[in-house]
Design a protein around this ligand. Structure first.
Ligand SMILES: CC(C)(COP(=O)(O)OP(=O)(O)OC[C@H]1O[C@@H](n2cnc3c(N)ncnc32)[C@H](O)[C@@H]1OP(=O)(O)O)[C@@H](O)C(=O)NCCC(=O)NCCS
Length: 170
């Protein structure tokens, strides 16, 4: 997990603590997804359990504010990339820079693992998230047709190249 190789990835910024997700956090992560997706979490308890079990090939980070889990990011090592499996911030805590903070963590995580890219898929209709990713430097690699099972929506396949400084010390 993160703390085993780089304590600098865990920090505290203006009352928001970034910590590793533990199994007991799963209901809190599902609560966040329910708030965002009409009362139903797209990820079951079992999916989270499986994801959190893959400690060697991924990492999940939560953002805690005054004891409440207000957001999280999931990362998985895939080929040349650290892939964002999920990123979600409670509605009341959006637009304060927390998502950007977690994307910075994703970049750091990729660099620590000598990966050249951060990748993700996002719903084609999710304009605000796509705008944020573009601002971050992600480019669109392509469209994955009919990617989301629940509504048959297309996904935008995005990639952030980390450049020549991938192996730098952070
Ligand atoms: C997408 C998501 C993770 C972004 O998280 P966030 O915490 O709102 O992200 P940020 O606050 O860093 O950035 C969002 C916007 O707020 C702005 N912002 C950042 N800090 C700010 C601040 N202190 N004050 C005002 N605005 C700020 C950013 O510039 C950005 O603006 P933009 O929309 O014009 O690009 C969040 O909206 C979310 O959980 N959405 C629902 C789930 C989802 O869509 N996940 C993505 C799946 S791929």
């Amino acid at each position: 997990m993160l703390s085993e190789y780089d304590d600098t990835l865990i920090n505290q910024t203006e009352g928001f603590h970034v910590e590793e997700v533990r199994m007991i956090d799963i209901p809190y992560l599902q609560h966040i997804l329910k708030q965002l997706y009409g009362g139903k979490s797209p990820w079951s308890y079992t999916i989270f359990l499986l994801e959190l079990s893959r400690k060697d090939s991924g990492s999940y980070l939560k953002v805690v504010y005054q004891g409440e889990v207000v957001g999280f990011i999931g990362l998985r090592l895939e080929g040349e990339a650290a892939h964002v499996t999920n990123i979600a911030i409670l509605p009341n805590y959006q637009n304060r820079g927390i998502g950007s903070m977690l994307l910075e963590k994703a970049k750091q995580y990729a660099r620590v693992h000598n990966k050249n890219y951060v990748t993700l898929e996002v719903k084609a209709s999710n304009e605000s998230a796509i705008r944020l990713y573009h601002r971050f430097g992600f480019i669109t690699k392509g469209i994955k047709r009919d990617y989301y099972r629940e509504n048959h929506e297309d996904a935008v396949d995005m990639s952030l190249y980390l450049g020549a400084d991938t192996n730098e010390e952070i």
